[in-house]
Design a protein around this ligand. Structure first.
Ligand code: SAT
Ligand code: MN
Length: 589
């Protein structure tokens, strides 16, 4: 095996040996191509050792991509003002048109991104990281390589993913892997592109926001979702959480659109995953793992009272990257909704900040961006589940599909069956837009399984796979529809943030056969008596009949309109399974 001269010229002896040890021609071909095209000054190949991790952190500070904070191990990173969220309009899947998906003809998309990447790493150090999605050496494992000229991006990958250089060495030349090429480029956000090629490579340029640049997160999801549909398993945008029951822990998944309660739900039990899940059938049981080992969470609204576990992580020495919050002179951070006093000045994503500062359009700049984030390892959370690395995955007993819906969906309901839940709860999700994506806030968006932004196959194909997956199961997870955001006629929220603890306890009791239900047209809902008992037990709160009536009266007209809209959407997708339309017809009545 030989390393091409072009690549060799960028390597120290140590880095050369690291590449040789892989004994993998396709890795060398891939890296030679990137080096030839993007032209970095030098290449750093990570084995994932402690020294490597420290080196990356040091480079992040030296390049100014991160700034140290007062608390040891904490740093802050800023993205450009117009690069604060996932960029839908600049993200393309290279394929024939797929309904609801931003696609581009393959050659056109490749030409465009190649042009932007040409010479984009000039004068910079390029990092090569080796990772595994899912527990190492498990049936879930998918290997991947991230190449980037941003130490912040590789630092984030190191926190969020299992490092797997050793796995690459172990499997040797034949290994298949996903490829992610990122360059911060010139930083001209107008030339931002994220391009997904089903050949197995994702290219991302002129952006640093982690949702656009950290390949293994949502960019990998487009590739793994397609693979899952082809292979008969599920790659989902879901948290995995263990709910403590009387005798055992019940693992459930939870799909919510970004910024609608997924992270907070995952803090209410034993934390396996806050964002992503691979789910496979094994001996008739659905088993799930977290492809990640870290959290990239929204920070706005995190406060000591509502989110004690996250609060602790954000105030304890250890590895945390804050992004797009406010930094004060003394190296403290502040974010909106922390319930701490607002500093009188500081630095944020838009430069120097003071209360009342406006942008060029006269709009007030908040101290922290609504999509400001923290990046931290799962093991820092005191509720981290001991089974995070279980190679068999955890057995899934229930799946929750949650929406941010102000007008229609009841706080919690159980589906009549797997297929009923998949179709009327998962596939029928409509949710108000949040600041996790660029666009107008609060507009209602169709967002099946909280996945529409990441879907890379036809929705019909995706749902066919989902329904078939259920048919393979001896124990089908029960399905729940949740909505933490229902309002009354005057526009007041009908529930407080902590009420979700009660809904989760109800699910636990349903799984253990301890809670009753009422049958309605849209699913099984809790009885008043059970909720009165659970509000007392869980929150020590009185729960009034009148509250129950406001929260759980089925708003039939709204529901009917919702399902008519959904039916119409699916009837336009030409490969929608018949079963989906039939279940919707039945629901419409
Ligand atoms: O922006 S990301 O997609 O990476 C995170 C999220 O919104 O879930
Ligand atoms: Mn997410």
């Amino acid at each position: 095996m030989e390393i091409p001269n072009l690549l060799k010229g960028k390597l120290t002896d140590e880095m050369f040996l690291r590449l040789m040890e892989l004994k993998n021609e396709s890795v060398l071909d891939f890296l030679s191509w990137v080096v030839g095209h993007c032209d970095p000054e030098s290449v750093y190949v990570l084995k994932g050792t402690r020294e490597d991790q420290e080196y990356v952190k040091r480079r992040a500070l030296e390049t100014g991509e991160e700034i140290p904070l007062r608390v040891p191990g904490h740093t802050i990173h800023f993205d450009k003002p117009s690069d604060q969220a996932r960029a839908r309009e600049d993200t393309f899947i290279l394929s024939e048109p797929i309904p609801f998906v931003n696609t581009k003809p393959r050659q056109e998309g490749l030409n465009e991104v190649m042009e932007l990447l040409r010479g984009s790493m000039r004068g910079r150090e390029m990092f090569v990281g080796f990772y595994a999605l899912g527990p190492k050496s498990s049936p879930f494992q998918i290997l991947a390589i991230q190449v980037t000229d941003s130490p912040y991006v590789i630092h984030s990958e190191n926190i969020l993913y299992r490092s797997a250089y050793d796995e690459f060495v172990k499997v040797g030349g034949n290994v298949e892997f996903l490829r992610f090429v990122h360059s911060k480029g010139t930083g001209d956000v107008k030339k931002r592109r994220i391009v997904i090629d089903f050949g197995g490579t994702v290219y991302s340029v002129n952006t640093t926001y982690a949702g656009n640049s950290v390949g293994l997160k949502k960019l990998a999801l487009r590739l793994t979702l397609r693979r899952a549909v082809n292979e008969g398993w599920l790659s989902e945008h879901m948290a995995i959480v263990g709910l403590e029951g009387k005798e055992t822990t019940h693992y459930v998944t939870a799909a919510f659109p970004s910024g609608s309660g997924k992270t907070s739900t995952s803090m209410m039990g034993k934390l396996v995953s806050d964002d992503l899940a691979f789910i496979r059938e094994s001996q008739g049981i659905a088993r799930a793992v977290n492809p990640e080992i870290g959290v990239f969470g929204i920070i706005q609204g995190i406060n000591k009272r509502d989110d004690p576990i996250i609060w602790e992580v954000l105030h304890t020495p250890g590895e945390v990257i804050f992004s797009n919050v406010l930094m004060t002179e003394s190296g403290e951070v502040y974010w909106v909704g922390s319930e701490e006093p607002v500093p009188r000045k500081g630095i944020n994503y838009a430069g120097e900040w003071w209360p009342g500062k406006t942008n060029s359009e006269g709009v007030e700049i908040p101290p922290s961006h609504p999509n400001a984030r923290f990046t931290a390892p799962l093991k820092s959370f005191r509720n981290a589940d001991p089974r995070i690395d279980d190679p068999r995955g955890v057995e899934i007993e229930a799946m929750i599909f949650g929406v941010r819906d102000y007008t229609t969906v009841v706080p919690i309901a159980e589906a009549f069956s797997w297929a009923h839940g998949v179709v009327t709860m998962g596939a029928s999700m409509e949710s108000a837009r949040t600041s996790a994506v660029v666009g107008k806030l609060d507009e209602m968006e169709f967002n099946p399984m909280a996945l529409l932004d990441f879907i890379s196959v036809s929705l019909g194909e995706y749902l066919r796979n989902y329904l078939e997956f259920g048919k393979k199961l001896r124990l089908q997870p029960r399905i729940y529809g949740a909505n933490y955001f229902l309002k009354d006629m005057e526009g007041r929220y009908l529930n407080s943030k902590e009420d979700k603890r009660v809904w989760l306890r109800w699910i636990t009791e349903r799984l253990e056969g301890r809670a009753d239900h009422l049958r309605t047209a849209v699913g099984l809902i809790p009885t008043y008596e059970d909720l009165r008992r659970l509000f007392k037990e869980v929150l020590n709160k009185e729960y009034m009949k009148q509250q129950y009536e406001l929260q759980f009266s089925i708003r039939l007209k709204e529901y009917k309109n919702k399902y008519l809209r959904i039916r119409e959407l699916y009837s336009r997708v030409k490969d929608t399974p018949r079963e989906v339309l039939e279940i919707l017809d039945e629901q419409i009545g």
